[in-house]
Design a protein around this ligand. Structure first.
Ligand code: HAM
Length: 422
């Protein structure tokens, strides 16, 4: 037996997942805070549902012919033999929660939001992860296309308020159960003519759901898809009118948009309006957010026959576009030396924190010089310096780190000085 110690194997994060380190977390918090504040301004309220659900919720909701359900779900059997799935998206979970808690019977507007992790077994690349985060926003029981325009306007305002510029708004209508059968028939017939040029996946889609051919990323399929009939040429009167009024309200908000007839979105539930915000800065995965109307989901779930519309935004993609953090918020660094000074420092820290002042104190015996240079490096606005003398007298030295100015203070004096500089 060899005496060489075995190198310990380190456990790494799972492929497609990522840590959000403190240097990034502040930016996440800032964006989340801004978004939550904005959503609440528009009357949305937070709803939190479990991370995993019965698999059939997504099979029924997201749709059996969607790539998500066919290829990307984290599905497992639990110890009780139930098939469960880590949510790949949030929309079906909200619909389920509404039905389960009969939220439609409450007088409140049915506007909800949530920010949290989603899971899809997709090929990881820039802007595409297996665990990623979405901000999800949904409105129920509002048929009027004005709500479609308002939700797009809110998304645009959100991007603007976190400093994202240069995104493009794409809109489309995918029709409804009245106009889609005719369109499907035509689409299937046309796709059939190009069957041999399509990838095996798209050949299968001709039979299951020809609309899904538009989701394919294979170049030859995209070329064929571009020549296939467009849903916008098949809209029934009601869908045509809805789409027209939606676009009219976007004009009212002076929001520039492009009608993209190929924008059918990768989920099966959409009816009428669909939209996406894209950014050329993101590369291949260019969709910052996507959404649309889904007027049949609640009824299909056996719930009340009420319509829905919403969008989800990919946090990781958004964060790539948000400008970096502003300066560090001002904080106090407590410098101490000696046992009594440590105790005095701890009291100062506790008092300041109780007054909402951020304080850093480290419990390592080091020289004043060393501690002050650390305070400087960390970006402290002030240092509170306590030596044996100050500890004995019950005072402290307050040092303004920018000017280098230093003054002796009592704890009360310190508090009033810091409050004045607020
Ligand atoms: P989705 O288009 O599948 O729609 O996802 C929305 C957004 O989530 C995308 O635009 C993208 O920014 C982000 N996203 C999706 N997959 C990944 C991934 N693997 N890695 C990183 N980001 C990703 C939905 O999920 C619908 N539930 C939206 C909706 C809400 N429709 C109506 N209501």
């Amino acid at each position: 037996m060899s005496d060489t110690p075995k190198k310990k194997k380190r456990v790494a994060a799972i492929k497609g997942t990522h840590d959000i380190l403190p240097s990034q977390a502040r930016k996440w918090q800032r964006v989340e805070r801004t978004a939550k504040g904005l959503f609440e301004l528009y009357g949305y309220r937070e709803i939190r549902t479990p991370v995993f659900e019965a698999t059939e919720l997504f099979e029924k909701g997201t749709g059996e012919t969607s790539d998500i359900v066919m290829k990307e779900m984290y599905t497992f059997t639990d110890k009780g033999g139930r098939s469960l799935t880590l949510r790949p998206e949030y929309t079906p979970s909200i619909a389920r929660a509404i039905i389960e808690h009969r939220l439609h019977l409450l007088p409140d507007p049915m506007r909800y939001y949530f920010i949290g992790p989603m899971f899809r077994y997709d090929k990881p690349q820039k802007g595409r992860y297996r665990q990623f985060h979405q901000m999800d926003v949904e409105v129920f029981n509002e048929k009027d296309p004005a709500v479609d325009a308002e939700i797009v306007e809110m998304a645009a305002t959100l991007l603007e308020s976190v400093g994202v510029t240069g995104s493009e708004i794409l809109v489309n209508s995918v029709g409804c159960r009245a106009c889609r059968p005719d369109y499907h028939r035509e689409l299937r017939a046309e796709a059939e003519k190009s069957r041999s040029g399509l990838c095996p996946d798209c050949q299968r889609k001709i039979d299951t759901n020809p609309l899904r051919i538009f989701d394919c990323k294979v170049e030859s399929c995209r070329e064929i898809a571009a020549g296939l009939p467009k849903i916008t040429d098949f809209l029934c009167e009601e869908c045509e009118d809805h789409f027209g009024r939606f676009k009219g309200d976007l004009d009212l908000f002076a929001l520039p948009y492009t009608v993209e007839p190929l924008l059918v979105r990768g989920l099966d539930y959409y009816t009428k309006t669909t939209f996406e915000f894209t950014s050329a800065e993101l590369g291949a995965q260019d969709a910052i957010l996507g959404g649309g109307r889904y007027d049949d989901m609640m009824g299909d779930f056996g719930g009340p026959d009420i319509c829905g519309i919403g969008f989800a935004l990919g946090m990781e993609r958004l964060l790539l576009l948000v400008p970096d953090e502003e300066a560090v918020a001002p904080f106090v660094y407590v410098v101490w030396m000696g046992e009594e000074a440590r105790k005095a420092g701890m009291t100062v820290a506790r008092t300041l924190r109780s007054q909402d002042v951020e304080v850093w104190i480290e419990y390592k015996e080091r020289s004043f010089k060393n501690q002050l240079s650390r305070a400087n490096k960390l970006g402290a606005a002030w240092s509170v310096i306590i030596g044996e003398d100050e500890a004995r007298k019950g005072t402290l030295q307050l040092k303004d780190m920018a000017s280098g100015e230093q003054q002796e203070k009592t704890l009360e004096g310190l508090l009033s000085t810091l409050q004045k500089t607020d």
